[in-house]
Structure formats: structure tokens, C-alpha cells
Design a protein around this ligand. Structure first.
Ligand code: FDA
Length: 303
């Protein structure tokens, strides 16, 4: 109850306050900040996926500015030899307003990235985006099967069936690269599982199918017991360490991350950066309101 109240309060907090929390989860506001963080992870044998922050399009000029930022990030990553991929949010490119414009903008990003051998992943946003984002992925996968990936959210009741549809288009030469996560948006109970056990059951069910059908899973979670169950599934399917990876968010669960890396599992960290950090941060705060409470308590105790 208190956490829910705190989550509601977040929208009224000043940006300066949100930034105190955000610093931990965002590489910084500039490309140099992001490159520094990526280099730091690469030096430890950890891959990254870089996300230029920004959501929902105000106008096409703004979308083209986001696209330019991606071009710059991709070129700089190639120049610096970074071991990274890129994540894009289609609403930044007007997914709902103009699908064709969005497709063209993201297609151009993937075309550039593929020239350097990079992968670009289509992030999955709220449930209004699920159909158009899957459609976008399908179109792009047909053209760039080795350079585009997608995300599935285990909290959505439709996800197993979406996965079965993806299987129908998967090219065995370029198995579809699927980031499997629980899902971060607040969705109605009619379409989404709400209980942790149900979400985790769905997660494992999907992972089982991904592994059985030889697609490439990027297992994106910080949930320790769930990771243990994922590792059991990986053993059950006799997978080599090259046939899957774990993914975590920058700033979250560093000890668990280190444990998996030490055991030799491939790890990729989601590294968001950019001027438009506010929406990303408030979404994370709403998901973990206890962090706001901790910051407030810390602030009061210092005083
Ligand atoms: P769970 O929520 O049960 O958390 C497990 C533990 O991790 C908690 O005990 C908590 O301590 C810690 N933790 C988790 N998140 C934290 C945070 N933000 N801050 C501090 N501690 C935290 N979602 C989506 O809808 N679309 C997407 O495209 C993506 N992309 C994506 C990429 C990557 C690399 C990751 C890791 C996650 C996503 N997500 C996402 C977010 C995902 O759906 C989910 O909301 C979060 O990962 C949290 O869920 P967990 O699986 O970690 O479990």
C-alpha cells in the first residue's frame, strides 16, 4: 500500500530528485558517458546493448534526431570496437502514428548496424504496441535475419502463442534472437498474469519452447530462483554456453551478474543513455517504489 502511494507520488517529484535515483541506472547523458560504461563492461568480458533514451514521438523531426543519435552511436561503437548491440523503442519513431515511417526509420538503423555486424533489438513496449511491434519485427527479420532481434514478455497471456507464430517464420540458418523478460508495463488482468508464480511459469514455459526449437534466448531477468530454473532448462536441453545469454539492466543485481559471469555464462548489460532519461527513470521507479523510500530515508537520515 505504502509502495503504491509512493509510486503514485513519483509523477510529482522534481526532475532533480529523480536524477538522484537515475544516476545508478543510466550511463549518463552523453555518448561519451555510454562508451565509457560499455568499455568498462567489455573489459570484464561482458557484452552490452546500448539504448538511446527517448519514448513516444512528438513529431517526425524529433524522430529523425533520435535516428541520428543511433547512427552516431553505431558509428562510434564500430570505430571503438565495442562489443555491443543496440536496443530501439519503436514508439520513438512514431509506431502508432505512421507505421511506414517508423519501419523506414528503424530499417535504416538496422541497415547501418548490419554493415558493421551489429544486432539491433526491437524492445517490447506496452500491450498496445505488441501487434505492431511483432509485425515490424517480422518485416525486418525477413530482410535482416542475422541483425534484428525481438523481445517477448512472459506476463502477457498471449506470449506463448506469439512465440509459436515466431517459430513459423524463423529461418534455421539465422535462429530468431529473443529477449525473454517478464514485462515492465502495468497491464490489465484480462490480458496479463499478475501473480509472480504465473509470470515465472509462463517465462519457463516460453524458454523451454525457445530452447527446444533452437532459437537464441537472451534471458533477461534478475530473479535468482527463476535464473536457477532457467539454468536447469538449459541443462535439460544440453545447450552449449554459446547458445544462450543472460541479460541484466545497468545498475541492477551486480553480485548475481558477477556470479553468472564467473560461471562462464554470456552476459549482456542494457546500457541506456541520453538526454531523455526522465521517462525511463520514472518507469523503473514505479516498478521499484521501495527505492524512492530508501532515497528519502537516506536523505532524512543524513540531515
Ligand atoms: P523481479 O521483478 O522479480 O526482480 C527480481 C529482483 O531483481 C528483485 O528482487 C529486485 O531486487 C531486482 N530488480 C529488478 N528490477 C530492478 C530495478 N529496476 N531496480 C532495482 N532492482 C531491481 N521489459 C519490457 O516490458 N520490455 C522490454 O523490452 C524490456 N527489456 C529489458 C531488457 C533487459 C536487459 C532486462 C534485464 C529487462 C528488460 N525489461 C523489459 C524489464 C523486465 O520486463 C522486468 O520488468 C525487469 O527486468 C524486472 O523483472 P525481473 O525479471 O528482474 O524480476
Amino acid at each position: 500500500m505504502i509502495n503504491r502511494l509512493i509510486a503514485w507520488t513519483i509523477q510529482f517529484l522534481p526532475e532533480r530528485f529523480i536524477w538522484i535515483f537515475s544516476k545508478k541506472y543510466i550511463a549518463g547523458k552523453t555518448l561519451d558517458d555510454a562508451v565509457r560504461v560499455v568499455n568498462h563492461f567489455n573489459a570484464q568480458g561482458i557484452f552490452t546493448t546500448m539504448d538511446v533514451l527517448g519514448e513516444s514521438l512528438d513529431n517526425k523531426e524529433q524522430a529523425l534526431k533520435f535516428q541520428k543519435n543511433y547512427f552516431k552511436t553505431i558509428k562510434e561503437s564500430a570505430k571503438k570496437g565495442l562489443k555491443t548491440s543496440f536496443s530501439v523503442k519503436p514508439t520513438m519513431f512514431g509506431l502508432h502514428r505512421d507505421f511506414d515511417f517508423c519501419h523506414t526509420a528503424i530499417r535504416e538503423i538496422i541497415a547501418l548496424a548490419s554493415g558493421y555486424g551489429f544486432l539491433v533489438r526491437i524492445d517490447m513496449e506496452d500491450s498496445n504496441c505488441t501487434d505492431p511491434e511483432l509485425k515490424l519485427f517480422e518485416k525486418l527479420y525477413i530482410e535482416f535475419p542475422a541483425h534484428v532481434g525481438i523481445v517477448l514478455q512472459s506476463y502477457l497471456k498471449r506470449t506463448y502463442s506469439d512465440l509459436q507464430n515466431i517459430l513459423k517464420i524463423s529461418n534455421p540458418k539465422y535462429p530468431v534472437n529473443i529477449r525473454l523478460c517478464k514485462g515492465i508495463y502495468i497491464e490489465p488482468p484480462g490480458i496479463a498474469y499478475k501473480k509472480k508464480e504465473e509470470i515465472n511459469f509462463s517465462f519457463l514455459n516460453c524458454l523451454d519452447l525457445i530452447l527446444a526449437e533452437n532459437l537464441f534466448p537472451a534471458i533477461a531477468t534478475h530473479d535468482k530462483p527463476l535464473i536457477q530454473n532457467c539454468l536447469s532448462l538449459i541443462s535439460k536441453h544440453n545447450k552449449d554456453k554459446k547458445e544462450y545469454e543472460f541479460q541484466m539492466l545497468y545498475g541492477v543485481a551486480p553480485l548475481l551478474r558477477a556470479k553468472l559471469v564467473n560461471e562462464g555464462h554470456a552476459m549482456r548489460i542494457y546500457v541506456p543513455y541520453g538526454e531523455h532519461w526522465f521517462h525511463y527513470s520514472t518507469r523503473r521507479l514505479k516498478e521499484n517504489p521501495h527505492l524512492v523510500r530508501d532515497i528519502i530515508v537516506g536523505f532524512l537520515v543524513k540531515k
